[in-house]
Design a protein around this ligand. Structure first.
Ligand code: ADP
Ligand code: MG
Length: 292
């Protein structure tokens, strides 16, 4: 690679909001065969809303929501903001939880008002021996719509299933189409359920889906994609994406993302617009053609 063409490419990148943090980023991007995306906040808006509640046992919606939202108040996950907002809309005063624990990749637990709460994915309920049979169909329906099913158990019994919807960004479908037109394969990596992930990937036309990936499993998922399909670029925004951004052949962070993600990346899309991925690949090809 001639220094001059790299300099020109870097300058052109800056003009289009593609910040190259590593000197060989364009060269490696030119070799990419697959572009893998984080789901939440990267392909989706990352601002989920509570769209439905189904109750079990004798719980009424506000009593259940008050306890669940009190626990979610301690969580950093986008799902927590959706549930807190719903409790706020219902005008609920939230009690203080005790013994809060975040169960990474599964959900949350705490004691609230003398009740034991467990909130999270189906796999959390399975792990804790809570029977979810009554809600299997509801969870399947939610998943098919691309919604995340959130199970809530109170005192060891299923109390509710909440549907949380995080719409895909307006730009996502077009970006996936354009990557395919550029001859690349696409993939999505997420901790969300298989059904939800499959529905979102289907909406977007994504080729490969790695779902129910535990937080420390993103790197392994990425390596599996690399082994099967070749050089991988990974696009992400969150703190939990930093290891994958660093491990990917090319890490691309959204400028709207967290500082930790940006620092782990080779390329930063300043405006946070996903179309920057397509522009960066176009730029890498133009630059490498000049070099050869
Ligand atoms: P992702 O970033 O893809 O959502 P996570 O590892 O953060 O992956 O979460 C995996 C799954 O664990 C979520 O899809 C959700 O089902 C469950 N979960 C995590 N945090 C929470 C929370 N605060 N409330 C409810 N469910 C949660
Ligand atoms: Mg994310």
């Amino acid at each position: 690679a001639t220094p001059t063409s790299i300099m020109v490419g870097t300058g052109r990148g800056a003009e289009m909001g593609v910040l190259l943090r590593k000197g060989d980023a364009l060269q490696r991007l030119d070799e990419a065969r697959v572009v893998a995306f984080d789901k939440t906040g990267t392909l989706t808006e990352g601002r989920p809303r509570l769209t439905g509640v189904t109750l079990a046992g004798d719980w009424n919606e506000d009593d259940m929501l008050r306890l669940v939202a009190a626990v979610e108040g301690q969580s950093e996950h986008p799902i927590a903001r959706a549930i807190e907002a719903a409790a706020h809309e219902h005008g609920l005063d939230l009690p203080q939880p005790e013994g809060f624990r975040a169960i990474s990749g599964f959900g949350l637990g705490a004691r609230v008002d003398d009740h034991d709460l467990l909130i999270g994915a189906a796999r959390l309920m399975e792990r804790e021996g809570i029977d979810t049979g009554a809600f299997v169909e509801r969870a399947t329906e939610m998943g098919a719509r691309g919604e995340t099913p959130v199970f809530a158990a109170i005192d060891g019994q299923l109390a509710a299933i909440l549907a949380v919807a995080d719409p895909v960004k307006d730009t996502s479908r077009k970006v996936i189409d354009r990557l395919h037109a550029q001859g690349l394969q696409t993939a999505m990596i997420t901790g969300d359920s298989h059904a939800t992930a499959k529905a979102i990937a289907g909406q977007l036309g994504i080729d490969h889906v790695e779902s129910e990936v535990l937080p420390d499993g993103k790197v392994a998922a990425l390596r599996a994609l690399r082994e099967r399909h070749g050089t991988v670029a990974f696009v992400g925004d969150g703190i939990n994406d930093a290891p994958a951004l660093a491990d990917a052949d090319i890490g691309i962070a959204l400028g709207s993302g967290t500082d930790v993600a940006i620092e782990a990346a080779d390329i930063v899309l300043i405006s946070g617009d996903l179309a920057g991925v397509v522009n960066a690949i176009g730029l890498s090809r133009a630059t490498m053609r000049n070099i050869r």
